[in-house]
Design a protein around this ligand. Structure first.
Ligand code: GAL
Length: 529
């Protein structure tokens, strides 16, 4: 299915002189592109939901439109109910199988109907998780208060109505004796029974998870297989099952598990675990081991917990992440808000370009429930504890979001949700762009052609159409041509500009667009009957 087409038939023209455009697509700029959502109801977000039998179901129907809104559903399997006011589906299902459901949302302006599928089986997160993580905004300054305010902001900004749902606490909810003198973080790592003790900024973990759930959102947490996390807080070493049980009892729905100091353990022959090695096969065994352990511990819990592997792509994690119960796996080091390497000097951090355009090797491993993770989105107010606006230009941000959606990447915002500006909010509330990410096939973009700094990616979608990203990584405007031959399609296609949500034309063999430097034109090609 994943076919790489050579560039032989592909026409790409780099612009150097006067503007030359055969399309009606203007280059993207600082402008707001996403049209305002209608006042009438529109159901957004995932079209399919996976749950294990017996696990608690918690799913908020995402819908834009004026409130009050009334929700209903037909075809809900036994054991589930829908709250007509909030649109939250809860309960649990004992029978395995696929349950087609019709969701309805009604307000004073009209009614929306959408087909939805609940699949009860072994796989959860059947579309890439969407949400927020505390690290890029707060790093070591995170607190329960800030997390609650992030949850409030996810609702008040309307993000929840587009399917944004996870509110995830990264490092620094645990105690820490080395990296900070904050008295609130100086407590014991564990109690007499070995249970992990949250730090003083997180006085009530269950209360916090309940609060997040009360908003219709899901709650996430972070740990490490080492003695210490990357920030030198308490890790889960030798307490894996016990920690998984604590996380589940508190009511968390997500765990990011970060390799960090585990190198020490896997390099010490007295620890009784597979050792890191120069031999590739042995090394891989050592790297899989701690994730397999936690994967099994999470699976043993009576709730569904998304498992996010963070070990920077070592030992080709994309080849085994799913086997250890992973939902998604980071494929490289930490992403920062830079377009390419040249902007970073000697830093070893990763950029949007060097991660996003180098995912071909792991693309074949993306499927419903399993995703490659190029890391959190670096838009909005980031700064890792020292707030500042992203350094990415608007065009780079459009390219970043488009690429992550084409890659079926998890969409985790890393910005301060209380400081969402109009541009950023517009960027992350385009239902048609999000639909590309959330497409139930979960295919990760297939590289179709490249020439100099111009790239074309395609992503087959469930309805038989394809999403196409025309990317210009260069510093001059460029005209990029999408040829049907290269894209593996034929005949008349309606060409839709996805960001502007506008049909542009019906084309037969190719489509050509001018693309801004470091920018994108994101298209959907819909076969015309
Ligand atoms: C890094 C990880 C970051 C963040 C940080 C916390 O290893 O890649 O995303 O979680 O640790 O200390």
């Amino acid at each position: 299915m994943k076919k790489k087409v050579t560039v032989a038939f592909f026409t790409l023209l780099t612009m150097t002189g006067n503007v030359f455009s055969q399309s009606s697509v203007d280059s993207l700029s600082a402008q707001i592109l996403t049209p305002t959502a209608p006042l009438s109801p529109r159901i957004n977000g995932a079209k399919v939901f996976g749950v294990r039998s017996g696990s608690p179901v918690f799913y908020t129907v995402a819908a834009t439109g004026v409130r009050p809104m009334t929700f209903s559903a037909s075809g809900l399997p036994d054991g589930l109910s829908l709250d007509a006011k909030t649109g939250i589906i809860t309960g649990s299902i004992s029978k395995k199988g696929t349950f087609p459901v019709v969701l309805k949302a009604k307000n004073a302006k009209g009614i929306a109907i959408r087909n939805f599928k609940i699949i009860v089986g072994e796989t959860i997160a059947l579309t890439p998780p969407m949400g927020w993580n505390s690290w890029n905004a707060y790093a070591g300054q995170v607190s329960a208060d800030k997390v609650k305010r992030a949850a409030d902001a996810m609702v008040n900004s309307g993000l929840i109505n587009y399917g944004w749902s996870y509110v995830n606490i990264d490092d620094y909810w645990e105690n820490n004796h080395t990296k900070t003198k904050d008295p609130k973080l100086q407590g014991d790592f564990r109690d007499a029974e070995g249970n992990i003790i949250p730090n003083g900024r997180f006085p009530d973990m269950k209360g916090l998870a309940d609060y997040i759930h009360s908003k219709g959102l899901k709650a996430g947490l972070y740990s490490s297989p080492g003695v210490l996390t990357c920030g030198e807080c308490a890790g889960s070493w030798q307490h894996e099952m016990q920690d998984a049980a604590s996380f589940a009892n508190w009511g968390f729905d997500f765990l990011k598990y970060d390799w960090c100091s585990y190198t020490k353990i896997a390099s010490d022959s007295t620890q009784g675990v597979p050792m890191l090695s120069k031999d590739k096969t042995l090394d891989s065994i050592a790297r899989v081991y701690p994730y397999d352990l936690m994967g099994k511990a999470l699976r043993a819990q009576k709730r569904d917990i998304v498992f996010s592997l963070c070990q920077y792509g070592k030992a080709d994690v994309w080849k085994w992440g799913a086997k250890v119960n992973g939902t998604y796996w980071r494929i490289s080091g930490d992403l920062v808000d830079a377009w390419d390497k040249a902007e970073l000097g000697t830093s070893t951090h990763k950029t949007v370009s060097d991660v996003g355009f180098n995912m071909e090797k792991c693309s074949p491993y993306s499927n419903p429930g399993h995703y490659n993770d190029p890391d959190m989105l670096v838009i909005g107010t980031v700064g890792w504890g020292k707030p500042r606006p992203t350094r990415l230009t608007p065009d780079e941000q459009y390219a970043h979001i488009s690429l992550w959606c084409l890659l079926s990447a998890p969409l985790m915002l890393g910005c301060d949700l209380e400081k969402l500006d109009t541009f950023t909010l517009n960027l992350i509330t385009n239902d048609e762009v999000i639909d590309i990410d959330q497409d139930p096939l979960a295919v990760s973009a297939i590289w179709v052609a490249s020439h100099d700094s111009l790239e074309v990616f395609k992503k087959p979608l469930e309805d038989g159409s394809i999403a196409v990203g025309l990317f210009n990584r260069g510093i001059n405007k460029a005209v990029i041509t999408a040829n049907w031959n290269d894209l593996g399609i034929a005949g008349k296609q309606t060409v839709r500009d996805v960001w502007r949500q506008k049909d542009l034309m019906v084309a037969t063999n190719s489509y050509q667009a001018e693309v801004a430097p470091h920018g994108v034109v994101l298209l959907r090609l819909i076969p015309k009957k």
